[in-house]
Design a protein around this ligand. Structure first.
Ligand SMILES: *Cc1c(COP(=O)(O)O)cnc(C)c1O
Length: 458
């Protein structure tokens, strides 16, 4: 399998290339030039595997050009051995809803599931000391903590994490800033998550700078993240075989739900993928009206979904446009120059075959957490709550699977607004409340960020 860019199909890359690069040199996203489709019999066979072995089978399809299977298997074993659930994820049933808890890793959010694997892949690719890698990552709260947990104290890697100043939860910030590792730099940018993401993308597309610092990225635009997330769609589907299954996904950058779409392309019989958004509803609007038009980011109670430039949508666009890289480039240029692009009726219809979308505002989010706690004596986090809210629209008889993306403890301030039910302190983070925090605050200026980074690595 080779990789191409959504904006240029002519250049081919192998897995190791795209793993280190993250973003294509033309600003597009990497995508495999073909995806293996399993037969029904093959899917049956996969259903017998443990989580780790299933992950090995699925991920190997995408990286066999650069990694041996037994090495990949070791990487995955190592990645999940410290999860507090033996099966990596946990499935729970509440009435007609099934909750997939994806938050049993070290930083209590689903992002650990992919990030731990990425951390071990960097080690496997054996970076030399005269060619240190500098990873730059933008975070709305959870990516940064997951990246830090996966990469702290690794040899020959520095990590620079940009988060929007004062726009993430206290616990999210503390998990990142109390790590005390010499290779981790936390930067609070005076701006929004979209500003942070834009800074990172700009640095990636400046070839000289990127080469000079041997820059790499672990944001969800990195294809390696997506392939790790495909696994839990398969694994949880296997608990409901022969039933119609739909997944509801709290969505920001469109990475997690895109992994579900890839699972479907690989032959997993998913009925619908439902995109749940908060008031930053660009995805809800593009899926329901065709207009992709970012507006100003509005801080919400589900900060990890406070995204208006939903980067991974470009990967879906590439499919919807029949892999027309020129047309993708035109749309992306329109987005840059005119601030939006518009899909036609046929294109919307193609998207609607696989996706639905619904927006849940903050007031509804609080109500949902409150009612869920009352009804089931169980606390869900505000991101997961948007998915529970969006699931109400499923009326096709599907078995409903909700992706539980974060542990409620990460968002205690919000939980307390909704319910007096206690949330136990997870053992992963019980120790960090009194630790010293360490981060620098920078203006939302590319020049400042670049000189900060150069200063630290010189
Ligand atoms: C990152 C994140 C999301 C959104 O995932 P995307 O892949 O960006 O769509 C949802 N919930 C939580 C808790 C997250 O950390």
């Amino acid at each position: 399998m080779e990789y191409i860019s959504t904006r240029n199909k002519n250049l081919k890359y192998n897995f190791k290339d795209i793993f280190f690069r993250g973003l294509a040199p033309d600003g597009g996203l990497f995508i495999p030039n073909q995806i293996k489709k399993y037969s029904e019999a093959e899917i049956k066979k996969l259903s017998l595997l443990s989580y780790v072995d299933l992950a090995t089978e699925i991920i190997f399809n995408f990286c066999s050009s650069s990694l041996e299977k037994n090495k990949l298997n070791n990487i995955i074993k190592k990645s999940y051995k410290n999860f507090s659930s033996k099966e990596v994820i946990k499935l729970k049933k509440f009435g007609n809803l099934n909750l997939i808890e994806l938050y049993h890793g070290p930083t209590l959010a689903f992002k650990d599931i992919a990030m731990q694997v990425l951390g071990n892949m960097y080690d496997e690719f054996n970076i030399s000391s005269d060619n240190k890698v500098n990873i730059i990552v933008a975070t709305s709260g959870d990516t940064g903590s997951a990246a830090i947990a996966a990469l702290n104290d690794r040899k020959n890697i520095n990590v620079f994490v940009l988060h929007p100043h004062k726009k993430i939860s206290n616990i999210q910030r503390k998990i990142m800033t109390t790590i005390g590792s010499r290779n981790i730099y936390n930067i609070a940018i005076k701006g929004t998550f979209d500003d942070c993401q834009k800074l990172v993308k700009e640095m990636f597309s400046e070839n000289d700078f990127r080469k000079k610092i041997n820059m790499s990225g672990v944001n969800s635009i990195n294809w390696a993240r997506i392939i790790c997330q495909i696994v839990y769609y398969f694994y949880s589907y296997f608990k409901f075989q022969n039933k119609k299954v739909s997944f509801v996904v709290p969505t920001g950058n469109f990475g997690d739900v895109f992994a579900g779409y890839v699972a479907k392309k690989m032959g997993l019989p998913i009925e619908k993928l439902i995109v749940a958004t908060n008031e930053n509803d660009i995805l809800e609007r593009v899926i329901n009206t065709g207009e992709y038009k970012p507006t100003k980011v509005k801080p919400s109670l589900s900060p990890s979904m406070d995204v208006q430039i939903s980067s991974n949508f470009e990967r879906l666009l590439f499919d919807v446009l029949n892999e027309d890289d020129k047309q993708v480039s035109i749309f992306m240029n329109d987005l840059k120059s005119k601030g939006s692009f518009l899909l036609n009726k046929e294109q919307i219809a193609i998207i609607k075959k696989d996706f639905n979308a619904k927006k849940i505002n903050d007031k509804e989010t609080i109500e949902i957490i409150k009612n869920f706690s009352k009804e089931y004596n169980f606390v869900i986090d505000p991101h997961t709550a948007t998915a529970v809210g969006a699931s109400k629209d499923i009326k096709d008889g599907s078995e409903i699977l909700i992706l539980g993306t974060a542990h409620p403890y990460k968002f205690l301030e919000t939980i307390k607004m909704a319910t007096s039910q206690e949330v136990e302190t997870p053992k992963q983070i019980a120790h960090l409340m009194d630790k010293k925090e360490n981060y620098d605050i920078l203006e939302n200026k590319i020049k400042d960020v670049k000189s900060y980074i150069l200063g630290k690595i010189s």
